[in-house]
Design a protein around this ligand. Structure first.
Ligand code: NAD
Length: 259
């Protein structure tokens, strides 16, 4: 039987990359979807792709900025009003921000990245956990990064926010395990999504594919990860099968974190 039959999965950053790939995977396995993104057009595109792989899927689209707590409260309320519960929450929306040496790192840039990647994840957990504790079940997957486990450099805002996501995951995981709720983070390495394509194109608008090949040479597997590989992991972690995986962070990075 399908792991997500009758289940409701809420995903932020669902218009692109890892959020979109995960939406497709859980929809294939029977999930009803509540999809959140800043970008309304990209949500429509995800819905179109979902209905191709799961023609009977129920899909709610919500345009919202996860850095705004009221907007987060609203997307949680709208999801519960439509579907009555939240089984799985992929708390994933994030931005990379501009790269800079620490002493040159702009305060506004720092606040902006932390506002989306850390505040946004915290607001999401805060409001979804209230629902999950009342229902007595649920699982949350937060998107951290290799940059949330080890230093990467030139990414003060990103590093602070993603290490923070790991901290929030551990903290809330030990609080909510007693209610049957499990909370984990994933730490993706370089996955070829529009975010990564964008930063490669910033480095070299013409030969960005070549730059990409060089970029992954230090990786033990010498390639980028694929969004669907993250989708398989997220689907497993959101499923009942992964309930005992709690308050921890799972790398998906070809071995980069341990090199
Ligand atoms: P992406 O840019 O392809 O997708 C991110 C989506 O989030 C976009 O649709 C964007 O509109 C949305 N978003 C951005 N800010 C938002 C906001 N304030 N409110 C609501 N939606 C917002 O990027 P991706 O590669 O799929 O990244 C997804 C997550 O994975 C991010 O948290 C990112 O930091 C993390 N991550 C990605 C990689 C990678 O290599 N791709 C590696 C490690 C971590």
């Amino acid at each position: 039987s399908n792991r997500f039959d009758g289940k409701v999965v809420l995903i932020t950053g669902a218009g692109s990359g890892l959020g979109q790939a995960s939406a497709l995977q859980v929809a294939k396995e029977g999930a009803k979807l509540s999809l959140v993104d800043l970008n309304a057009a990209s949500l429509e595109e995800t819905k179109r792709q979902v209905l191709e792989v799961a023609p009977n899927a129920e899909v709610l689209l919500i345009t919202a900025n996860v850095a705004d707590e009221q907007a987060v409260q609203n997307y949680v309320n709208e999801t519960v009003e439509k579907f009555g519960k939240i089984d799985g929450f992929f708390n994933n929306a994030g931005i990379e921000g501009k790269q800079n040496l620490t002493e040159d790192f702009g305060i506004e840039e720092f606040q902006k990245v932390v506002g989306v990647n850390l505040n946004g994840v915290f607001y999401g957990m805060k409001h979804v956990l209230k629902v999950m504790r009342e229902q007595g079940f649920g699982s949350i997957v937060n998107t951290a990064s290799v940059g949330g486990i080890r230093g990467v450099g030139n990414q003060s805002g990103y590093a602070a926010s993603k290490h923070g996501v790991v901290g929030l995951t551990r903290n809330s995981g030990i609080e909510y395990g007693q209610y049957g709720i499990s909370i984990k983070a994933i730490a993706p390495g370089a996955i070829m999504t529009p975010m990564v394509e964008g930063s490669l194109k910033q480095m070299d608008p013409v030969n960005w594919e070549e730059v990409g090949k060089q970029f992954v040479q230090p990786n033990p597997m010498k390639r980028f990860g694929k969004p669907e590989e993250v989708g398989y992991l997220v689907a497993f972690l959101l499923s009942d099968q992964a309930n005992f995986i709690n308050a921890t962070v799972i790398p998906i990075d070809g071995g980069q974190s341990y090199k």
